[in-house]
Design a protein around this ligand. Structure first.
Ligand code: ATR
Length: 286
């Protein structure tokens, strides 16, 4: 923990609830390692008080903050500027304050890309990516995968209409990616032989649920599996993928990756590589 003095700057995270957030631990570790005179604190902000809270953070000169559930979209009207990352994702997870001017960013999608590269040696390009889920996390992931050059993304979602709506929205922005919405395992099957990556963006697996949409056994032997869920560390999806010999990893690296990118936006400094992930690994219940 940093010594707090009259010059100490503040970063934080707003959410509701926020007590389970792992960001304070990893951000404070990085601030201390870099010798920066800041602290990072959690703020539990009820949805009814979001506007007042944002005004308060602005007035108090808080230098930047993360935004988590349930505020990622509802915060947008209270910000002054939106970065393209936040516009495309339709959500903000990082806010920078410069003399009270608040700019919203989204580092979740690029955190996913950095984890894909570091943990699975995967870079979007040719081949099909299957994205499970069409919620907020799915949209952020889709935007970053398209921006990074994915050739084709098949979105499979329980509610087909949401997959269809998301496809329509992002096709307008990323015309070079073939985005295909589907709603059933049968519709996914024809794409499996060309699938290089599957990403679970839903909460399925947090409580032992299996992913009903994809027959992993029909995938290519070199296909890779990314599960955004990180608690438990081994979800049924990851256990099954491992049994089949597929490369797979959980979402801890994405959590660290989005944090490293937020840290760089706020401080201009690169957090020590791997530090945030090591901190997370020591505190995560596996
Ligand atoms: P987030 O912002 O974390 O993505 P969300 O917007 O509520 O959260 O989206 C959750 C995603 O998980 C959705 O794609 C949801 O599917 P629906 O659009 O059909 O609701 C998916 N999801 C959640 N629980 C599910 C379940 N039991 N079976 C299948 N999909 C589920």
């Amino acid at each position: 923990m940093q010594d707090v003095n009259g010059k100490t700057g503040i970063f934080g995270i707003i959410g509701h609830p926020v007590r389970h957030s792992l960001s304070p631990a990893m951000q404070n570790a990085a601030l201390a390692a870099c010798g920066l005179n800041y602290i990072y604190v959690p703020f539990d902000v009820h949805p009814d008080r979001l506007g007042i809270a944002v005004d308060g953070l602005r007035a108090l000169g808080v230098s930047g903050f993360n935004v988590t559930i349930p505020h990622k979209t509802s915060i947008i009207p209270y910000l002054d500027v939106l970065d393209e990352s936040a516009e495309a994702a339709g959500a903000v997870n990082t806010v920078r304050s410069e003399n009270g001017l608040l700019t919203g960013f989204n580092t979740d999608g690029d955190g996913l890309l950095s984890s894909l590269a570091d943990d699975l040696d995967f870079v979007p390009g040719s081949g099909t990516i299957i994205l499970v889920g069409a919620g907020g996390a799915g949209r952020g992931a889709l935007a970053s995968l398209c921006r990074a050059g994915a050739e084709r993304v098949v979105i499979v979602n329980r509610t087909f209409e949401k997959a269809s709506e998301l496809s329509g929205l992002l096709r307008q922005r990323f015309a070079d990616t073939d985005i295909i919405p589907v709603g059933t395992a049968e519709e996914v099957r024809p794409f499996l032989k060309d699938t290089v990556l599957l990403v679970n963006t839903t909460s399925l697996g947090m409580n032992g649920e299996v992913i009903p949409f994809v027959a992993l056994g029909d995938m290519r032997a070199d296909a890779k599996i990314y599960d955004m869920v990180y608690a438990p560390a081994v979800t049924p999806l990851l256990r099954h993928a491992s049994e089949l010999g597929l490369s797979c990893v959980n979402g801890l690296g994405m959590l660290a990756g989005q944090g490293e990118l937020a840290f760089k936006i706020w401080t201009g400094v690169q957090a020590p590589p791997g530090l945030m992930k090591r901190v997370l690994a020591t505190i995560c219940i596996v």
